[in-house]
Write a protein that binds this ligand. Structure first.
Ligand code: G6P
Length: 500
């Protein structure tokens, strides 16, 4: 029985299966896992792949002990690992989860696939990031209803696991859009628990949220309102949630001043909890030899040219294609930069089961190739695109960047915008989308752009490259201070404290 439980789709570790049938464990990716790993004692450092089980810890941690982290098995290898563990408890099977107690739920593959791919990532993610366009518009038919039932079953599996493992009066922190029904389901099963739901994404405004079928939209809002506290990364997303409740939930009473929603006799408080970087831990990681080696190799590759760096999942909302187009426009409008700048774009694979993501990856690669063909010379590679995930290489690139480009269409927070300034050696200029949650905290220091305005982004890259070094360093120091002001430990403690 645990006093504090965390639930999220992606857990702190996941597994792959090698040809000889051995399981290899890796750290989970994404901002949610980075933030939570810091507070739960799970490994936040991918380190070298680890053959398991070996009974040893992995990575450094200074997390809160006694948190149980409930997550889903994401694929066959995870399912295998979960089945080999007593009750799905990876830590008890000697998998070396860094001390964190982890229960991995073995949800049937078809149910998981529909809940994760069809509902969470194809529908709810699209709604909250305003990603629908004409070729990919919502189409809620009988098949979508079946997918929705799987989403309900998936949420129920989490509610069951939490209800079973929670000590009387325990606190449960349910994370993100995959689990928007779980808070209500958990309250129905265990009214004694104190429940927080936290959204790591933006929240859609009512006129966009209402694209969802009415009953489904209502159930999502009611699901989150099963929590005592609903947390968001910025004021903007919290207000959008209140707006949706006021506009679309019959019978709900929204008190904007107090930031509460009362529905069916239960009141949920809505709060804003920014998520920042654990500066000392990140700097310690970046000082390790694998990062130093990669920094040396990158420097040799690009020479003394200025570096524009971007690091993202290959994700539709990250707006990589427009970012590359802006770089191209920079080289056209300001030919003086040709041969004097290199764009390093790390776009590591994500959600490859979805056709939109596969097509997007192809579009990124195509655009990069065109730029290389148009401007490249025997002595100058204008663009280096890397599509494999290499965490130490990303940390090395942060250290070397002169300009960091973060231009999402819309983003809950964006931790790249915060990690870069913290690790920058000589001070980098940050070109940041005004639609990223991080813009609310980093406006003083960043150069803000409209992510759809390619020409403005190109011109801002030009200004960033021209910025005198001392001004860059001074701005970067301010950005790093803002980025580390709310470390994950505090973000999580605030969520739990909101339940007292
Ligand atoms: C975002 C979401 C997280 C998710 C991450 C990676 O940050 O808010 O919940 O884990 O993306 O996406 P994935 O689908 O690979 O878990």
């Amino acid at each position: 029985m645990s006093q504090v439980l965390v639930a999220s789709n992606r857990g702190p570790v996941s597994f792959s299966l090698s040809e000889d049938g051995a399981l290899t464990m890796r750290r989970g990716g994404g901002g949610l896992v980075s933030g939570l790993a810091a507070v739960t004692g799970a490994p936040r450092d991918p380190g070298p792949p680890r053959a398991t089980p070996d009974g040893s810890g992995a990575g450094e941690h200074d997390g809160v002990p006694d948190v149980l982290w409930v997550c889903a098995a994401l694929g066959d290898a995870d399912r295998k690992a979960a089945r080999r563990s007593p009750d799905g408890r990876l830590d008890q099977a000697g998998y070396g989860t860094g001390g964190a107690a982890v229960r991995m739920l073995d949800i049937p593959a078809a149910t998981f696939h529909r809940a994760y791919n069809a509902v969470a990532n194809s529908t709810l993610w699209f709604v909250h990031h305003l990603l629908y366009d004409t070729p990919r518009s919502p189409h809620f038919d009988a098949r979508a209803r079946r997918d929705w039932q799987s989403y309900e079953a998936y949420n129920a599996a989490f509610a069951d696991a939490l209800a079973r493992d929670a000590a009387p009066g325990a606190k449960a922190a349910v994370q993100d859009y995959h689990l928007s029904l779980a808070p209500r389901m958990l309250r129905d099963r265990r009214p004694d628990l104190r429940i927080v739901h936290f959204s790591h994404t933006p929240w859609a405004p009512p006129e966009y949220f209402r694209l969802l079928p009415d009953d489904i939209g209502e159930r999502i809002l009611r699901g989150i309102l099963g929590a005592d506290h609903a947390g968001f990364l910025t004021e903007r997303w919290a207000s959008a949630f209140l707006d949706c409740c006021a506009a679309l939930l019959p019978g709900a009473r929204v008190d904007r001043a107090a930031r509460t929603v009362t529905c069916g006799g239960h009141t949920t408080r809505v709060g804003v909890h920014g998520l920042g970087i654990d500066g000392p831990a990140l700097r310690r990681r970046a000082a390790q030899q694998d990062v130093v080696d990669r920094a040396r190799a990158l420097r040799e590759q690009v020479g003394d040219r200025q570096l524009i760096v971007r690091i993202d999942r290959t994700e539709l909302s990250k707006n990589i294609v427009r970012g590359l187009a802006a770089y191209r426009e920079l080289l056209v409008d300001h030919p003086e930069w040709r041969g004097r700048v290199v764009h390093l774009a790390f776009a590591y694979p994500s959600r490859y089961d979805l056709p939109e993501y596969r097509e997007y990856t192809a579009a990124v690669e195509r655009t990069a190739k065109q730029i290389t063909e148009e401007f490249g010379t025997p002595s100058w590679d204008p663009l280096i695109l890397q599509v494999n995930d290499d965490y130490p290489r990303s940390l090395a690139a942060y250290g070397l960047a002169d300009v960091l480009l973060v231009n999402p269409i819309r983003d809950g927070m964006n931790l790249v915008a915060k990690e870069g300034p913290v690790l920058s050696r000589q001070g980098c200029a940050l070109v940041l989308s005004r639609e990223a949650g991080a813009a609310a905290e980093l406006a003083d220091g960043a150069l803000l752009v409209n992510p759809y305005d390619v020409s403005q982004t190109a011109e801002t890259l030009h200004q960033a490259l021209l910025m005198p070094r001392d001004q860059r360093a001074e701005r970067c120091a301010r950005l790093a201070a803002a980025a580390t002001a709310l470390p994950p430990q505090r973000w999580f403690a605030d969520q739990l404290a909101a339940l007292d």
